[in-house]
Every structure is written in structure tokens, then in C-alpha cells.
Design a protein. Structure first.
Length: 562
């Protein structure tokens, strides 16, 4: 039985490999397939499809064709592209723009498969939990479908049900993506700069989290806890007792979409007021709680009849540390004051790894960036342009930024778009300013300063207390001959080579002088046999010395080395 299942899985994986290969060929990526092991799987009959939407395939840019490949290969590749688009420090802006414009219509899962999934996930008959289940979905996405239902007792809920077989498909596609990434890094140096293997690892980590619906359940509960008592926000009730890794049961939200301005006006909400209220709640998530909704598009924000704001879909959440909140505030302040050095320092502090950055070039680029904003007022700065410029700097200087910070920057762009739909005059940087000021007040408050002083004093105390013991350990190692010092030098190879050549020449000159001196002594001693009345041995020594002298002179004059 196990062997049969393993053989079936292997056959399915091979079939998926062939499907991926055909799509790559279709859109002109045969160069990637020229390398093993994929080269062995390329069907000889598959040809390039010459047209797409009435245009020749090669009339599209390479980045457009990358998007087309992902669209055609479905869920995993689309998700990979969308997650990769969160890395402006790795991918160029043109590719990111393509990866954020997917057109994917997920087919509806038949009712029979939905019923089978529910029966498999619940350990008891569905009739014991639900009065009704509507098997016609109200939403169908690439990972899950959403169905309305009614619990025993009449409470209206929704069921978020994972697509059958999606986990297995994703596992197969991760293997294929890993292999493609290895091929690209090993054989295409110009594409290796995009760090495909790192992107695949990041995607694998993210998608595995998204497949665990219990994690989304926990996120919702945490979000509800941090806003408990806030009369401006509403968090849907979840039912963990009825939820599993593949099914979430939560309260049905009967609210208005945040962008439905006509209906919102009927309950007394203007776009301007709502933009300020809703998005300030988002800033509270980021700057107060440090736990934020990472996908705040309009479809995930509703307004309840009592005018409370309701966020839904907590599958993708971000975390920001206190020091990163302060860093973001430093960045905003440096933009406001046009502080080139401050902006550079804040930008570099965003990075968890930055090697070989030319800080002087970076300063010039920041000066050019500021030159585009003659006004120093926050109100007149276009935050979209600011974030786009920062992303360009991340990419150009290969500044690696923690994924959560990039997620936040992307979320800020999305949330500003929501704000502009509600109020065309809305400006995110202007509205972030009070939160940034609050962070500065906290950062330099007497309480915070005293905490830092206490921590510094504690660290120095630990260091001073531990110093005698550390010194004793070093001395003991010296006495026992166990102290090893590792030393690495860089850039001295050329000097070593020059010294080696110089020593060789000096040694050869000394040897040559010794030969001349020895030959002279032999000649003076008149040691037989003789040649032309001169000691033959001394004569041979003189001849050899002359030849070697010419060799040394030739090496120095002609080649500059011996």
C-alpha cells in the first residue's frame, strides 16, 4: 500500500514537472530548460506558442512573460510571485509591478468535494453543529472557498474551507521551484542577483503558515485581545471548537465595504471622516500594538451598522519591534527635515545585512531624492513616491531588509490607496506624524530614559563582574599553551608575491657571487686538469657564473621578475 502511494506521488510529481516545462517553453524560457535535470524531461514535440492575446510572445517583456507563466501554472506560482513582490530589496521595480497585477479566476470547488472535506475534518456528524450549510460559495480564492452556514441555535457564520488537494500541489510545486532556483543560480549569473533560492525559502515559510488555518484563528484571537474595549473597532468572533487546520468557523459579517461611499453616507459617515478613523486604527495596530494586518485592501475592511470598523482575513499578519517603530519615526523625521545623514543612517539601520555599500554614492542619491521635494512640509510629500524611492535604494544597494518591515511598507501603500478612495486629499505621511511624535515622546520620556540608563548600568555591572573571571580564564590558557589566536589578513597577497620574488633574486645573487669567488680560488690554486693553462674546474665555474648572471639580468630587465 505504501509503495503504491509513493509510486502515485512520484508519477504526479513527474506530470507536474512536465506541465511546468511546457508552460516555460510556451512563453520563451527554453534557456532555463537547457540544464539538467529539467533538460531530460523536455518533450521534443512541444513548440513555442507564437501568439498571446493577438500579440507575438516575444512582443511582451521578459517580466510580463514571467507573470503569464505564473498565471497559467496556478495557485502556488501566483502565491510565490505575490510573496516575492514583497521583496523590493531583491527584485527590480519593473518585475514587482508585473507581479502585483495578476488576473486569476479560481474555479469553484464542487459541493461534493466541499462536503467530503467537512466530513473528513469534523469528528462528529455535521448535523450536530450546523442547522444549514450553503454549498454555493460567497467567495472563491486560490487557497480556500468561503461558504455561509448557520450554527445550531441560529447564529450566522461563514466557513473558510481549504481547497481539497491544495496542500499536496503546493508541496510538489515547492520541490519544482527549489530545483528551478538552483538551476538559475548555478547557470545564470545575471539572474542569481535576484537570489531565487532565498525567495523560494521565504515563500515556503510563508505558504506553510498560510496552509495552517489554526494559525489564522490564533491571529484573530490575538487581534481581538489587543483591541478589546476599543469602541471604534469590531473583531469577528471565531469558533475554535469547530475549527481545524483546513476549516475556520467565524461570525458572518453583515457590513458595508469601506469604499461604498453612497451607502456609508446614508448612515452618516463621510469619506474624509472614515479615512481618518479607519486608517488611524490601522496606525494603532502598527505603532501601538506592533501587530498589524498585512493585507488591508478594501475587500478586507467593512463598516458595521454601528459605525465600527471591522477587519477580516487575518491569515497574513505582520509584527514590528519597538526599535523598528522608532526607526520608522526617525526615517519620517529625516524626510521632514531633509536630513541626508539622518536618512542614510535610518535606511541602513533597516537592513539586517549590508555588504560593500558605497555610502558616498548613497548620500548623493539621497540628495537627488530630496531635490525632487522642494517643500519641507509633510502634507505635500507623496508617500507612494517616498516608499517607491526607498525600495529602489534597497534594490540598487542590495540592502537586505527584514521581511516584516517590507510587508509593512507594502501595507502602508495599500492603506493609503484605501484612504485616497475615501478622501482624495488624504496623505498618509501627514497622518502618521502624530504617531511618530508619540514614539519620540515615549523614546525620550523620563521613564524610557531611566529604563535605558538602568539597562546600560546593568550591562556594565555584568561586564565588570565577569571581567576578572574572563581574564583568569585567558591567563590559564596562556600558561597551559592552549590560547589560540586566529588571524586573517586580506589584500596582502600581492605584497607577499613581491617579497618572495625579491628574496629569490637576493638568494640567487648571493649564490652567483659565491660561485665566482669559489672559481677564482680554484684558478689561483692551479688545480688540474688545465684548459689553456687555467684550471679546468675554475674555468667551468666562470663560464657557468657568466651564463647565470646573464639569466638574472635578462629576468630583471625583460620580465621584471625571476
Amino acid at each position: 500500500m505504501a509503495a503504491s502511494l509513493e509510486k502515485k506521488a512520484s508519477t504526479t510529481l513527474l506530470s507536474r514537472y512536465q506541465q511546468v516545462i511546457m508552460v516555460l517553453i510556451k512563453y520563451g524560457f527554453e534557456d532555463i530548460l537547457a540544464h539538467p535535470p529539467l533538460s531530460r524531461l523536455v518533450p521534443s514535440s512541444e513548440k513555442l506558442v507564437p501568439f498571446r492575446d493577438g500579440k507575438p510572445v516575444f512582443a511582451y517583456t521578459r517580466y510580463e512573460r514571467v507573470r503569464m507563466v505564473c498565471e497559467e501554472l496556478g495557485t502556488t506560482f501566483i502565491k510565490f510571485a505575490q510573496i516575492a513582490a514583497n521583496r523590493p530589496d531583491v527584485l527590480p521595480e519593473e518585475l514587482i509591478e508585473e507581479l502585483t497585477t495578476f488576473h486569476s479566476n479560481a474555479p469553484m470547488v464542487p459541493a461534493t468535494k466541499i462536503k467530503a472535506t467537512l466530513k473528513e475534518e469534523f469528528r462528529y456528524p455535521l448535523e450536530q453543529v450546523f442547522e444549514t450549510i450553503d454549498y454555493e460559495p460567497i467567495a472563491s480564492a486560490s487557497m480556500a472557498q468561503v461558504h455561509r452556514a448557520t450554527l445550531i441555535g441560529g447564529k450566522e457564520v461563514v466557513l473558510k474551507i481549504q481547497r481539497p488537494g491544495i496542500a499536496e500541489t503546493i508541496e510538489q510545486d515547492i520541490q519544482i521551484l527549489t530545483k528551478l532556483a538552483q538551476i538559475i543560480e548555478n547557470n545564470f549569473p545575471n539572474l542569481a542577483a535576484y537570489q531565487p533560492k532565498e525567495l523560494v525559502k521565504m515563500f515556503e515559510k510563508s505558504i506553510r503558515k498560510e496552509l495552517r488555518f489554526t494559525l489564522e484563528l490564533a491571529n484573530t484571537q490575538r487581534f481581538e485581545h489587543q483591541f478589546r474595549g476599543n469602541d471604534k473597532i469590531y473583531v469577528p468572533t471565531v469558533y475554535p471548537e469547530f475549527s481545524t487546520d483546513k476549516v475556520i468557523v467565524m461570525e458572518y459579517i453583515d457590513g458595508l465595504k469601506i469604499t461604498n461611499k453612497e451607502k456609508l453616507a446614508e448612515i452618516g459617515l463621510t469619506g474624509k471622516d472614515l479615512a481618518l478613523k479607519g486608517i488611524n486604527l490601522y496606525f494603532e495596530q502598527v505603532f501601538v500594538h506592533g501587530f498589524f494586518h498585512a493585507d488591508p485592501h478594501p475587500g478586507n475592511i467593512f463598516i458595521m451598522p454601528n459605525k465600527k470598523v471591522c477587519f477580516i482575513d487575518f491569515g497574513m499578519m505582520g509584527i514590528i519591534l519597538d526599535k523598528d517603530k522608532e526607526l520608522l519615526a526617525d526615517l519620517l523625521l529625516s524626510i521632514h527635515t531633509r536630513d541626508v545623514e539622518g536618512f542614510k543612517k535610518a535606511l541602513l539601520k533597516f537592513a539586517y545585512e549590508e555588504t560593500g555599500i558605497n555610502e558616498k554614492d548613497l548620500e548623493y542619491d539621497i540628495i537627488e531624492f530630496f531635490a525632487e521635494y522642494p517643500s519641507t512640509t509633510l502634507e505635500e510629500i507623496d508617500s507612494n513616491e517616498v516608499i517607491a524611492a526607498m525600495n529602489s535604494l534597497f534594490f540598487e544597494y542590495k540592502i537586505k531588509v527584514p521581511a516584516n518591515l517590507l510587508l509593512l511598507l507594502k501595507a502602508l501603500v495599500i492603506i493609503e490607496g484605501v484612504g485616497l478612495q475615501l478622501d482624495p486629499t488624504y496623505n498618509i505621511i501627514e497622518n502618521i506624524a502624530p504617531f511618530a511624535e508619540g514614539l519620540f515622546k515615549v523614546k525620550f520620556s523620563p521613564t524610557k530614559m531611566s529604563q535605558r540608563m538602568f539597562k546600560t548600568a546593568t550591562d556594565w555591572t555584568k561586564l565588570s563582574l565577569g571581567l576578572p573571571e574572563d581574564l583568569k580564564e585567558v591567563m590559564d590558557k596562556i600558561k597551559r599553551g592552549k590560547l589560540h589566536i586566529e588571524f586573517e589578513h586580506k589584500g596582502l597577497e600581492q605584497s607577499n608575491k613581491m617579497l618572495e620574488e625579491a628574496f629569490n633574486r637576493i638568494s640567487f645573487t648571493i649564490l652567483l657571487s659565491a660561485m665566482v669567488l669559489a672559481s677564482s680560488l680554484v684558478v689561483l690554486a692551479d688545480i688540474p686538469p688545465k684548459i689553456y693553462g687555467m684550471s679546468g674546474l675554475g674555468f667551468a665555474g666562470f663560464v657557468l657564473s657568466i651564463l647565470l648572471a646573464f639569466r638574472l639580468a635578462y629576468s630583471i630587465i625583460k620580465h621584471g621578475k625571476f
